[in-house]
Design a protein around this ligand. Structure first.
Ligand code: NAP
Length: 279
């Protein structure tokens, strides 16, 4: 099993380590526009060889797209033009636009759209982790548009990690990820800006910051190169969720202005319901 990973960063690199270690892949080919990242990937033994995209497609059984989502839209139609028996899959955080782009492509069936729901706030091959995906969930989108053998191979790949495989239509995927992933990043970016604007002396922030601040603001370390394309692709859903989030913030603000601490207590108690869902 020869697997090419296009974009050998956090997610691509973590898949490379895992699939090599668990024996699913015999050989990993790295493809990246950034030669520094290829060098780092060799040094960390994430890849066995590197190739141009065209050579990698011809040499592979599975091609995994793990670039930022805007680059995926540019690359995928050309890759599908070149594949015959190979399977192509992505790991991107948005799905509707990518799948619309290739809806009519004669080789659409060779593509399986996936999103492993695991990550960190760090980027690049140096951030790749061996156990990042263990026992997490991955989503396959619009599975009915993929060939049965391609789906089977991708399910086998994820189950080898092991990950739990769910199926969703692309539209629902993009709505749900706006809620469970994209809004928390905007909220964290905004919180970091709020505190940085007030506290010019960064050392004081570090002295006072407790675990609560650190965990709430952690996502604000994430790369804009990865996140701006996600917000661009999922703009309408993110705007809906952002409006709702701003409403919720306004409720807390208004209760504080009115000094209505009973209602404030009530709102926090309602939010504690999240304990039922996330332990
Ligand atoms: P990353 O660490 O920045 O890795 C992306 C890699 O792709 C980088 O090496 C980048 O090079 C390279 N690249 C950019 N454009 C390229 C192109 N046209 N051709 C070849 N390589 C290219 O990003 P990541 O966090 O692994 O994210 C990769 C994908 O996984 C994204 O689509 C993201 O939506 C998805 N995802 C991310 C997470 C997460 O938590 N991070 C979780 C699940 C899914 P440069 O460094 O030079 O840009």
């Amino acid at each position: 099993m020869v697997i090419s990973i296009v974009g050998i960063g956090l997610i691509g690199g973590s898949l490379a380590i895992t699939l090599k270690e668990n024996g699913f892949a015999d050989s990993i080919i790295g493809v990246d526009i950034n030669s520094d990242n290829i060098d780092k990937a060799y040094r960390r033994r994430l890849i066995d060889q590197d190739m141009s995209l065209n050579d990698a497609i011809n040499a592979s059984d599975i091609i995994i797209l793990s670039t930022p989502v805007d680059a995926m839209r540019q690359l995928l139609p050309g890759i599908l033009n070149q594949v015959e028996h190979q399977v192509v899959m992505d790991v991107g955080s948005t799905k509707v636009n990518l799948l619309n782009d290739i809806k009519q492509h004669p080789q659409r069936g060779r593509f399986v759209a996936t999103h492993p729901m695991a990550g960190t706030e760090y980027s690049g091959p140096e951030a790749a982790l061996p156990n990042l995906f263990d026992h997490k969930c991955t989503v396959i989108c619009d599975a009915m548009d993929s060939d049965e053998d391609a789906l089977e191979k991708v399910r086998d790949l994820y189950q080898s990690i092991p990950m739990k495989v769910l199926e969703l239509d692309a539209k629902s995927h993009d709505v749900h990820t706006a809620y469970v992933s994209h809004i928390s990043h905007i909220s964290s970016f905004a919180l970091a800006l709020t505190v940085l604007a007030k506290e010019k002396d960064e050392n004081r922030i570090f002295e006072l910051a407790s675990g609560g601040f650190g965990s709430t603001v952690r996502l604000a370390k994430s790369s804009p190169d990865m996140w701006v394309p996600i917000f661009k692709q999922n703009r309408d859903n993110v705007l809906d969720v952002l409006d709702e989030h701003i409403n919720q913030l306004a409720r807390f603000r208004s209760l504080l202005i009115k000094q209505d601490y009973d209602q404030f207590h009530q709102l926090i108690q309602e939010s504690n319901e999240i304990k039922r869902i996330i332990k």
